[in-house]
Design a protein around this ligand. Structure first.
Ligand SMILES: *[C@@H]1O[C@H](CO)[C@@H](O)[C@H](O)[C@H]1NC(C)=O
Ligand SMILES: *[C@@H]1O[C@H](CO)[C@@H](O)[C@H](O)[C@H]1NC(C)=O
Ligand SMILES: *[C@@H]1O[C@H](CO)[C@@H](O)[C@H](O)[C@H]1NC(C)=O
Ligand SMILES: *[C@@H]1O[C@H](CO)[C@@H](O)[C@H](O)[C@H]1NC(C)=O
Ligand SMILES: *[C@@H]1O[C@H](CO)[C@@H](O)[C@H](O)[C@H]1NC(C)=O
Ligand SMILES: *[C@@H]1O[C@H](CO)[C@@H](O)[C@H](O)[C@H]1NC(C)=O
Ligand SMILES: *[C@@H]1O[C@H](CO)[C@@H](O)[C@H](O)[C@H]1NC(C)=O
Length: 393
């Protein structure tokens, strides 16, 4: 018992002695050098105080991460996460450049190498957070050895590239977060078509969720909002070495970002200084009936309706506040419970045309529509059936 209690303490002490080096007082810095580190309560701040790098945790989660966020935006907006899949779970935590010149995050017990530089290269002389939000490792000649822009999380910032390197096969892709509180890679990713057709796909696992349409020199055909205007300079670059899409802002005072959100939607947002909030400029795919179960259980989606979703006859929103705010994921619930097995008050079905089967329908071999109805009626967990064409609810 004593030993168990003792050993973490010993390792903690050794760890503190060998690594902990504080930066000079409280001076703001944008760089660290080999042997230096920042602790959980310290941050790096880019020279123009645009971005900040440090440790953070999300919501009620006890996991914590190293990431980059906007320094001046009060709504903490994380644009990059160093250790998405390797959260730290207990204090302390430090970020340092180790002897091999790699950027390393450590909690004393485990450490995670953010960069993976081979030792043959000239070693890192500094790590600097730039005003673009890019964290770069440079050698003594100021050549860039590694940069965070090469490892995007879910955010696409001005100056970043999305695409692929034809030589190394390396791709610059966005990957959604797993949840609001977990930046680990979620199920959506946005990448360049590997067939080099100059279009981007949002993938859900290995299935294609959305396509941008082909770049025509000015815009992507399926993103009409992406007009070449006075704010953004979009470009698609392709040559024998690499193919990528990038953008810049003509007016540096504008703060704008693209993000691949939890639902697999790519959004362009701009910060509104007056309102102190992010404004959605455009999003794709647009919320529409093609998105499976967009209206939740027993919700009905009509492309031409505003709002898009309504409850089926006899149903009401499960969470009416959310529903009215356009969050339909809670779906609808029955006003009156089913009479299932109550022979005296038999349930009836309602014909609903133009419906689609659920993702996991159950098929039965029955001879007729009547038998199908009967089979459903006799099973209390069966709520709808389709025989041939229309769905009966
Ligand atoms: C955090 O925990 C509190 C109390 O347990 C709870 O009320 C709140 O909803 C939680 N927040 C999130 C984002 O889960
Ligand atoms: C390493 O740095 C030296 C000078 O400091 C330079 O001459 C040399 O080209 C560099 N090598 C690489 C691979 O960058
Ligand atoms: C997209 O580019 C095409 C070709 O240059 C152009 O004709 C079209 O007007 C552009 N669309 C928008 C919305 O700007
Ligand atoms: C737009 O971006 C491209 C590529 O980065 C650049 O060559 C071009 O000069 C930019 N255009 C303007 C008007 O800044
Ligand atoms: C990628 O490189 C190969 C060989 O180096 C070349 O044949 C091919 O055309 C290149 N692809 C593009 C899109 O340039
Ligand atoms: C492609 O890469 C080679 C070798 O790094 C370089 O010499 C060449 O200029 C590059 N081509 C383009 C179009 O960037
Ligand atoms: C009743 O329906 C549910 C859902 O469709 C199904 O999982 C279950 O196997 C059915 N039970 C019987 C006895 O058919």
């Amino acid at each position: 018992m004593t030993r168990k209690w003792f050993s973490p303490l010993v390792s903690l002490l050794i760890f503190s002695c060998s690594y902990l080096q504080f930066l000079d007082g409280a001076t703001v810095t944008d760089s660290i050098k080999p042997g230096q580190s920042i602790t959980r309560s310290e941050t790096l701040i880019s020279a123009g105080e645009i971005f900040e790098l440090g440790f953070f945790s999300l919501g009620n989660s006890t996991n914590y991460f190293v990431g980059i966020w906007y320094k001046k935006i009060p709504v903490k907006t994380v644009v990059w996460v160093a250790n998405r899949e390797q959260p730290l779970t207990r204090p302390p935590g430090i970020l340092t450049i180790n002897m091999e010149g790699n950027l390393v995050i450590s909690d004393g017990r485990t450490s995670y190498s953010v960069s993976e530089l081979s030792s043959i290269r000239n070693s890192t002389s500094s790590a600097t957070l730039l005003d673009s939000g890019n964290l770069i490792l440079r050698d003594s000649n100021s050549d860039v050895l590694w940069q965070s822009f090469d490892y995007p999380s879910h955010t696409f910032l001005p100056g970043m590239m999305l695409g692929s390197n034809n030589k190394t096969g390396k791709a610059w892709t966005l990957t959604s977060w797993r949840s609001e509180e977990d930046p680990a890679p979620g199920s959506f990713s946005m990448k360049l078509d590997p067939e080099n057709s100059a279009q981007f796909f949002i993938m859900q696992g290995s299935e294609r969720h959305w396509s941008s349409g082909v770049w025509n020199g000015r815009n992507f055909s399926q993103v009409p909002e992406m007009r070449l205007n006075r704010i953004f300079n979009f470009s698609y670059v392709t040559n024998q070495n690499e193919s990528y899409f990038t953008y810049d802002l003509y007016d540096a005072s504008i703060i704008s970002r693209w993000v691949l959100d939890l639902s697999g939607q790519i959004q362009q947002l701009s910060w509104l200084e007056k309102a102190q909030e992010w404004n959605l400029f455009w999003a794709q795919p647009r919320p529409q009936c093609d998105v499976y179960a967009i209206c939740g259980a027993f919700g009905r989606c009509s492309q031409d309706n505003m709002p898009l979703c309504e409850c089926m006859q006899g149903f009401e929103p499960r969470f009416s506040t959310d529903w009215n705010l356009g969050d339909w994921s809670g779906g609808c619930m029955r006003r009156t419970p089913l009479q299932c097995r109550n022979i005296a008050k038999k349930d009836k079905f309602l014909v609903r045309p133009k419906m689609r089967l659920p993702k996991m329908p159950q098929s039965l071999a029955v001879g007729s529509a009547q038998n199908c109805e009967l089979a459903c009626l006799n099973n209390c967990s069966c709520t709808a059936y389709a025989y041939g064409g229309d769905l009966q609810l």
